[in-house]
Design a protein around this ligand. Structure first.
Ligand code: SF4
Ligand code: SF4
Length: 306
């Protein structure tokens, strides 16, 4: 059975990916899932060798067939998103066009076009990959610029990560979750066995953490919390530790500011593959998490992503 630890943060830039990559190295061999699909960067630290590339389609878009269009203009009248353009001269409409970036894929124009001039194919949004890393198999993705619907892609990435864990008989999936509390984060958390929230010692860090803890409490997911760069403002770090305990979550450590994070990133390594105070603290955090998950890890207790 597989245990999944999803590493999340209230916003980008807290060091979530550095921590997730470090835990993957410490825990390996495991399966790694990069579910921060809107701004994927785990690959820069784990340097995956891509084995399989999949296309990702999500939603639909209106494509106009000019040869069938009778230029009645009804689609433009009905489209709530002003996706249609009428090119007109004094004799009337000379041509209709769809601005694809404006099309929201609602399908109204398709249903009402009596000439059947609007096709409605699935929209290509990017790729997802199955790769090998020094920690074990990795599933990750790259969305096209401006692509939405990343919750569906997150679900796809996690589902494949669980399949690979089963195929390779690996006990852990470590997931780099999306930042924030929106749809992709919820997709990252659904069915997860444990969460590690990485935050920073600031007012916004505390605020974001409270929202995350409310979210994980809602889904009844046991949650660990650590503060990155705690020594930048220690009073806020103490406040976060207090807040974590009051919320019934598990505080697992304060990571100091350490230049080794940036140096390791530039070299395509994780900080735990260097030596320094940040690496030592992440090792301690991993030991605490593993210890506290304890028996549940060995017995296995998860629901796979839907
Ligand atoms: S509703 Fe159909 S036929 Fe009429 S302008 Fe739009 S695409 Fe052309
Ligand atoms: S599918 Fe909806 S949003 Fe897209 S062009 Fe048609 S009516 Fe507009």
């Amino acid at each position: 059975m597989t245990t999944e630890l999803v590493v999340i943060s209230g916003k980008g830039g807290t060091g979530k990916t550095s921590v997730a990559a470090s835990l993957a190295v410490l825990a390996g061999p495991i399966v790694v899932a990069d579910c921060d699909v809107d701004a994927a960067d785990l690959h820069m630290l784990l340097r995956p060798e891509i084995r399989v590339v999949h296309d990702f389609y999500s939603g639909r878009e209106a494509i106009l067939n000019q040869s069938l269009c009778v230029r009645c203009g009804l689609c433009a009248d009905l489209c709530e998103f002003d996706a249609f353009t009428r090119l007109q001269d004094e004799t009337g409409i000379t041509r209709m066009d769809v601005r694809l970036l404006a099309c929201e894929g609602c399908g109204v124009c398709v249903r009402h076009c009596a000439a059947g001039a609007i096709e409605f194919p699935e929209k290509f949004r990017g790729h997802w990959f199955e790769s090998d890393t020094r920690c074990g198999p990795m599933v990750h993705a790259r969305l096209l610029v401006g692509s939405g619907n990343s919750g569906k892609l997150v679900n796809q990435v996690r589902r494949r990560a669980f399949e690979l864990a089963r195929q390779h008989d690996l006990a852990w999936v470590i997931t780099d979750g999306s930042p924030g509390i929106g749809c992709p984060v919820i997709a990252s958390l659904t069915g997860a066995t444990h969460v590690l929230a990485v935050t920073e010692p600031s007012v916004s860090g505390s605020h974001d953490l409270l929202r995350l803890l409310a979210l994980t409490r809602h889904f009844s997911i046991p949650t660990f919390v650590c503060v990155n760069k705690f020594d930048i403002y220690e009073p806020a770090a103490r406040e976060i530790e207090h807040m974590t305990k009051a919320a019934g979550a598990n505080f697992v450590g304060n990571i100091p500011w350490d230049r080794a994070f940036a140096v390791a990133q530039q070299e395509g390594r994780t900080v735990v593959e260097t030596d320094g105070p940040g690496a030592r603290m992440i090792r301690e955090i991993w030991d605490r998490i593993r210890e506290q998950i304890g028996q549940a890890t060995q017995e296995g207790n998860h629901d796979e992503p839907a």
